[in-house]
Design a binder for this molecule. Structure first.
Ligand code: ADP
Ligand code: MG
Length: 370
């Protein structure tokens, strides 16, 4: 046996045909970026060692969903001590939140997060109640700024994010900068609080102060039910998996065009869900199967978008379905800027005015269990 470095994970795949969960060991060989898969129950090689350029080591962490040959696999555990030690010390999670004063800068902040090498593995917009805010900031109960802080945090929507990186907690706090935005502007002018904060409580972003707080805050935030979706006069936009690292730029474009984003969630669609959501395109769009495969290949961000006559207005900003056509005819559209081909065309947007509410309900009521 060589001393070649390898990471081994336990992964699960829900085999729909057989209606059972199959477990494998997935090995990632860092020397040549190859993988293999071993069927744990039947004790045999399931996938021979091969190159799989679609999968990078940064996508492997507990809780991740990765797609290998159209199968959606969930990473559930480390399979050996070496992998556990390597990953638990290197990769960690924190909770980040964009505060109500930064609604207009949501896109810019998400873009900075990606550009600094943090990954967003979950994201949700909510409007906290005052009670939520008081619980979230319980450690500050009784301090002079507590009432202001909790009123402010429940005054409008916030975007909460699970952020993953090496040393995620200090990394995100460093990017945020000092608590007081005035101090930040003089001492650390390149930080988020310096750029986007204004004064005192209005300091643009939140970040956990330790791994323990991160775990408490992630659990707290992502179990809050209150999606701010309005479910009228709305259209549904989904940022597709290939464009997820451009999500900040796309969101910024939508806001700068004057649309309101009234709800937002990151979601990893499975095949039955994607097939159900896109059912009307079955037999109509030649790329239907390819589209479902793509939509399930990684996380998407679904949004409820509002304005006058929003479905048609938003289609104008999205641009023609085919990014090639968009680039020639409508170069200032989302698909012209971020699309690759007819399947990977950056965003889905509702086609017909009467479907806007239905599509938003699908994500913000049915999938969110509201
Ligand atoms: P941080 O958010 O940097 O972890 P704290 O946990 O101390 O800072 O405070 C929580 C939040 O309370 C801050 O982000 C800020 O919005 C608000 N806050 C803290 N101290 C003050 C203060 N002296 N005056 C006004 N608001 C404050
Ligand atoms: Mg704090």
């Amino acid at each position: 046996m060589s001393s070649e470095e390898r990471y081994v994970f336990v992964i699960e795949w829900f085999d729909q045909a057989a209606s059972l969960i199959r477990k494998y060991n997935l090995t990632y060989f860092t020397v040549d970026n190859t993988i293999d898969m071993f069927d744990i129950k039947n004790r045999r090689i399931f996938l021979k060692r091969c190159q799989y350029p679609g999968l990078s080591v940064s996508e492997l962490f507990i809780g991740a969903t990765v797609t290998i040959y159209s199968r959606q696999l969930k990473v559930i555990d480390y399979a050996d001590v070496f992998t556990r030690q390597k990953f638990e010390t290197q990769r960690s999670k924190t909770f980040g939140m964009i505060k109500p004063d930064c609604y207009n800068n949501i896109g810019k902040i998400i873009d900075i997060i990606y550009s600094k090498g943090l990954r967003i593995t979950n994201l949700k917009m909510i409007k906290m109640t005052l009670t939520n805010a008081r619980q979230f900031y319980a450690e500050h109960t009784g301090k002079p700024f507590f009432e202001d802080l909790t009123n402010f945090m429940s005054s409008d929507v916030v975007v909460g994010m699970e952020l993953v990186a090496e040393n995620a907690v200090p990394k995100w706090r460093e990017l945020m900068g000092p608590t007081n935005p005035i101090t930040a502007k003089t001492d650390s002018p390149n930080t988020l609080r310096a750029i986007f904060g204004t004064q005192g409580t209005h300091n643009a972003v939140h970040g956990s102060d330790s791994a323990t707080s991160a775990s408490r805050e992630l659990n707290f935030f992502f179990s809050l039910p209150n999606s701010p979706a309005v479910l009228n006069n709305c259209t549904c936009c989904i940022i597709k998996p290939h464009a997820i690292y451009q999500a900040g730029k796309i969101i910024n474009m939508i806001l700068e065009e004057g649309f309101e984003i009234s709800a937002m969630m990151m979601v990893h669609l499975d095949k039955p869900t994607a097939e159900e959501f896109f059912e009307v395109y079955k037999g109509v769009l030649p790329e239907f199967t390819a589209m479902v495969d793509h939509m399930t290949s990684g996380p998407c961000i679904a949004m409820e978008i509002r304005q006058e006559n929003v479905v048609n207005a938003f289609r104008q900003v999205s641009g023609p379905l085919d990014p090639e056509v968009a680039k020639h005819l409508r170069s200032n559209t989302i698909r012209a800027a971020f699309g690759i081909d007819r399947v990977q065309n950056a965003v889905h947007c509702t086609d017909l005015p009467e479907d806007g509410v239905l599509e938003c309900e699908y994500f913000f009521r049915i999938l969110s269990g509201r």
